[in-house]
Ligand binder design. Structure first.
Ligand SMILES: Cc1cc2nc3c(=O)[nH]c(=O)nc-3n(C[C@H](O)[C@H](O)[C@H](O)COP(=O)(O)O)c2cc1C
Length: 182
C-alpha cells in the first residue's frame, strides 16, 4: 500500500489502513489496544442519578487541577452530561466489573438507586478506587464526541483497592512488574 504524503510516497505495512467511514471497526479495534482504566461518571438529574461508563478519561493539568473525558454525541446520555455543571468521576476497582458493564448498557441503571451525595449535589458511588468531584471547566467540539474538561474540586482516594483495567474490549486487572517496585 502506498500513501502519497505531501511530496513523497511512503510505503506502509499491509496491515495499515486509512481510517474512513467504511472501516470504523478497524480503527475501533486499533484504538482498543490502548489499555486504560475505567470510570463511571455520575450527575444529578430531575429524574434521579444519571451514570455513564467512560474510559476516555485522562488527566490534563495539576495547576489548575483539570481532567478530561469525551462524550459520544450519538448516545442517549449526551444531553445530560454535556449540560452537567457538576459531575463525579469514579475510577472503578476490580469489584465493579459488572457495574461497569451494566451502566454502559442501561442508562437507568442507577436512576432509582439510593446514593450518597457529594458536597456539590452529585449522586456518588460508595466505593471505587478514586473519586473526582468536578465542575465543568470547558467543552470542546471534537468530531462525533464532545471533549469535557473538568476542574477537580475534591479528590477522594480509597486505599487497598485494585483499579479495574480495560483493553481490547475486555475488563481485567493491571499486572505490575514487581521488580520495578521502588
Ligand atoms: C469500557 C467502556 C468505556 C466507554 N467509554 C466511553 C467514553 O469514553 N465516552 C462515551 O461517550 N461512551 C463510552 N462508553 C459507552 C457508554 O458507556 C454507553 O454505553 C454508550 O454511550 C451508549 O449509551 P446509550 O445507551 O445511553 O446510548 C464506554 C463503554 C464501555 C463499556
Amino acid at each position: 500500500m502506498t500513501i502519497p504524503a505531501t511530496n513523497v510516497a511512503v510505503e506502509v505495512a499491509s496491515e495499515s489502513f486509512v481510517p474512513d467511514f467504511t472501516n470504523q471497526r478497524l480503527l475501533r479495534n486499533a484504538l482498543g489496544c490502548y489499555g486504560t482504566g475505567v470510570t463511571i461518571v455520575t450527575a444529578a438529574t430531575e429524574s434521579g442519578p444519571a451514570a455513564i461508563t467512560v474510559n476516555s478519561f485522562a488527566s490534563v493539568s495539576l495547576t489548575p487541577p483539570l481532567v478530561l473525558w469525551s462524550l459520544d454525541r450519538h448516545g442517549s446520555r449526551f444531553e445530560t452530561f454535556s449540560q452537567a455543571e457538576h459531575y463525579s468521576i469514579h475510577v472503578l476497582n476490580t469489584d465493579q466489573q459488572s457495574l461497569c458493564m451494566e451502566v454502559a448498557r442501561d442508562p437507568q441503571r442507577l436512576a432509582h438507586a439510593t446514593l450518597a451525595t457529594s458536597p456539590y449535589g452529585v449522586p456518588v458511588l460508595d466505593e471505587c478506587a478514586v473519586r473526582l468531584d468536578c465542575s465543568r471547566e470547558a467543552v470542546h467540539e471534537a468530531g462525533d464526541h464532545l471533549i469535557i474538561v473538568g476542574r477537580v474540586l475534591l479528590a477522594t482516594q480509597y486505599d487497598h483497592v485494585q483499579p479495574l483495567a480495560f483493553c481490547r474490549g475486555k475488563t481485567g486487572t493491571f499486572a505490575f512488574d514487581q521488580s520495578d517496585a521502588a
